[in-house]
Structure formats: C-alpha cells, structure tokens
Design a binder for this molecule. Structure first.
Ligand code: IMP
Length: 436
C-alpha cells in the first residue's frame, strides 16, 4: 500500500425508499470514527432526527455527524436557507457550539432566499391541485430551477458583496415576470441585497472550498461519511417523476454534490425502513388506508419532521428496494424500525406488481403515471408478536423476525449489516461493519 492512502473506506448513506428511513440515526452511529460528515444534496426539506438519552435533535440542514463532534460539511449540491441554518445553530448552542472549526460550507452552495423561493414553490403548487406534488413548501424546486438556469445566488457570492446588484437583478428578472403573471407583488432588488448582506455577516467565516478540504482529509488517511437526504424514489431522474424532489438522491450524486471522484463514494449503505412510508402525492402500491396503516403511523410516530404532516404508511415493497439497491449499488443495508412491526400478527411483503395484466417482477420504470396502475403481488409472512425493542444481538431476535429479514435480503440482493430496534443511538444490532 502506498503511504498516505487510507485503509478506511468512506461511507455513503442513502435512503432506499421515499425518505424518512432513519438515515440520521445511522449517520450518527457511523460517524463516531469518521473525520467529516457531508451533506451533498437537498436542503431544509430534509428532516433528520437523532435521539441521545433524553435529548431529541431534529435537523433540516446540519449534517447529523455534528453530534459526534465531527466536521460538518455542506456541499455544493445542497440548497441552503441561511435563516434556517442560523436557527439550527442557535438551537444547538450550549450542547454543541458551532464555529468555522466544525462547520464548512461550499462556495458553490445555492442560496434559498426567503420571500423568493418558498413563495414560488407555493405559486406552483397552487396552480393546479390535481398536479400538485405536495412539496414541503421550502422552495426546493424553484432554487434548483434557478441553479440550472444559471442565475442562483451562491454562498461564494457573499464573498464579493459588490457583485450582488447585478446578480440579484438577473435572479429577479424571471421571478418577477412570473409574479406579475399571477398578480403577485414584485420583489424589490434592494430588499434581497439587504438580506444577502445580513447573511454574509453570519455565513462568510464558514465558506470555503469543500472539494479541497475533503481531498486533504483523505490524503491524511481520514474517513468521510456522506449523508443522503430524501430517498431514492424521490430522485429527480430515477424516482417517481414528477412526484419527486428536485435533486438527485442516489449515490452517484455524492461525486457531483461534494466535489469528490466516484471512487470516494466508498461503502454504500442503503437505509430501508421495515415497512414503507411516503409524504406528499404519488404512487404507493402497498399503502394501507385501514387500521393497520393507522397502527404503523402511531407506533412508528410517522409524522414529518419538517412539516408535521402525517406520513402515508404501508407494507414493505421489495420491488422498490431491489431497484434502488441497484441504482446506488448498495453494498449493504441497514433495516430500521423493526420494532414497529412487533404487534402485527402477519406481515405482507410486496415482491412485484401486475400492471396492465402483465407481471412486473422488477421496477425498471418508476414513472408515476405508469406505476399508478400497479397492483402489488404479496407474500405473507407470520409476525412475531413479541417485543424486539432495544435488542442488540441478532440471535436475540424472534425466529419470525429473522425469517422476515432473511426474506427481504433475498428479494433485494444486498446483505443486511445492521438492524435498528428503537429510536435511541444504541438500540441497534450490528451484524457486520461497512467495510469494502
Ligand atoms: P420538495 O422536496 O419540498 O420539493 O418536495 C417534493 C416531494 O418530496 C414531496 O412529496 C415531499 O413530501 C417529498 N420530500 C421532500 N423531502 C423529503 C424528506 O426529507 N422526507 C420525505 N419526503 C420528502
């Protein structure tokens, strides 16, 4: 081995369903030995919960690894609402003091501007209730539109305040044209410039070159955790379009959203909830609108961290997970919230669909219109009806719980390396380490 090359592979944590799989807990768990934890896409549409003892931490933007005292990094692929980040930093004060020593924000990060992007999100959602996505209302779609349109304001622009008037004028050209069209008040450039000047006072010390920093960490033999947000089925290209978020959520995005080569993605750990949830509109073949769905919602506390919306709940769909394992090349899986299923006498697992009278065993086409016609094909397995809460050893699980996990593993073609049996940091069964 050449000197300076680390044996420690990086870990990329990806949600393999529609989000809310429990990525925050697994990021926290694996970041103990890491040197940096990096967000590489999404914004404050995400909601990550980490529970340590009596304390519940809820983040929208801050990488969860901050709780392990690691360098938290916000990559260029993230869309950043500075006001929201300030609130999170203030809420952490006392427990974890944030300084430029433990928080780095890429110059390339695009800025969500209150009064501009969330409002455009609302205008689009209001346009037609039949085609509304059911977004989080945080302005995610509009800021990514501005980024691709090449007129988003970037964090690095706050280092050159004199350049802002021209950039803000460019930003508002389209926003105000649309606003005039729907009889909304035009946005004044000076208000945005004033807001960005305020942001600069807080943000500038944290802004730096993320790609370079991550290069240096690896060169020194360090380990990086890449913390995904949302889930693979919400990926703008490969998810249930158009009922998706506006970023790429699969593992390949790590390279683009953090400025590292594909070889640095490392071990791809796919996070899979033991059942399925979805927030917002779009297909969901295994959705349960009966008392079992209600049981999952209650027992799993399935309410959105970001918006408080009740999550739609249903059986696990291994046809979905087999597809998303494939898309991200998941090297291993963490199954979360197994304990939520403790009370159920039997469990159904969707292994494929019938669509237009044809059997569809693998989900190659996840477009919403096509999948809305899908009828799930189920295998029914017996439940275990005894508590698995807090179990830390695989041998301690009831036989039927192990059979359920074995069945899932076989269907999705990736090994289960850990199982979470409760919301707390240490309520977890570690079967294998995420080592390549
Ligand atoms: P947006 O990301 O706010 O534009 O919302 C687009 C879709 O993604 C909506 O269905 C949201 O409910 C969903 N979504 C966005 N972020 C999350 C998340 O972190 N968890 C679950 N669903 C999400």
């Amino acid at each position: 081995m050449r000197k300076g090359i680390s044996m420690k592979n990086n870990i990329t944590i990806i949600g393999l369903q529609w989000g809310d799989e429990g990525k925050g807990k697994l990021t926290d768990f694996h970041s103990e030995k890491a040197d940096a934890v990096v967000r590489f896409q999404g914004g404050n549409n995400a909601g990550h919960t980490v529970i340590i003892g009596e304390k519940v931490y809820k983040f929208n933007l801050m990488p969860s690894g901050i709780l392990q005292g690691k360098l938290a990094v916000i990559g260029n692929g993230v869309v950043l609402n500075v006001s929201r980040l300030t609130e999170e930093i203030n809420a952490l004060k006392g427990d974890f003091d944030i300084s430029p020593k433990n928080l780095l924000i890429s110059e390339g990060t695009s800025l969500i501007i209150p009064g501009v992007h969330p409002e455009m999100d609302a205008i689009q959602e209001r346009a037609n209730s039949k085609t509304a996505v059911g977004t989080t209302g945080r302005g995610i779609g509009p800021i990514y539109m501005d980024k691709v349109g090449r007129f988003a304001i970037k964090a690095g622009d706050l280092l050159e305040l004199e350049s802002l008037p021209g950039k803000v004028e460019k930003l508002l050209f389209l926003h105000n044209a649309i606003r005039r069209g729907v009889n909304e008040k035009e946005i004044k450039a000076q208000d945005i410039i004033n807001y960005l000047n305020e942001c600069a006072q807080f943000l500038v010390p944290y802004i730096g070159n993320v790609s370079q920093k991550l290069y240096e960490i690896k060169k020194a033999g360090g380990q990086i955790i890449f913390e995904g947000a949302q889930g693979s089925m919400l990926d703008i290209d490969h998810g249930s379009f158009p009922m998706v978020t506006s970023s790429n959520t699969i593992a390949a995005q790590v390279s683009i959203g953090a400025g590292v080569p594909l070889s640095e993605i490392g071990f791809v750990l796919g996070i899979v909830k033991a059942y399925t949830t979805r927030v917002g509109n779009g297909f969901f073949p295994t959705e349960l609108t009966d008392e079992t769905g209600e049981y999952l919602r209650k027992s799993g506390a399935e309410f959105g961290v970001t918006t408080g919306r009740p999550r739609r709940c249903g059986w696990i769909d291994t046809a979905v997970v087999a597809r998303t394992v494939y898309l991200s090349g998941a090297n291993g899986l963490a199954i979360t919230k197994l304990d939520v299923l403790d009370g159920l006498p039997e469990l159904k697992v969707c292994t494929g669909y019938e669509i237009n009278n044809q059997k569809v065993p693998f989900l190659f086409n996840a477009k919403n219109e096509y999948m809305e016609k899908a009828i799930p094909v189920y295998t029914t397995l017996p439940g275990w009806q005894t508590s698995t809460k807090g179990i830390k050893n695989i041998k301690g699980l009831p036989t039927n719980a192990r059979k359920y996990l074995d069945f899932i593993e076989k269907q999705v073609n990736s090994p289960i390396i850990s199982v979470s049996t409760g919301p707390e940091r240490l309520e977890i069964i570690e079967i294998a380490k995420p080592v390549l």
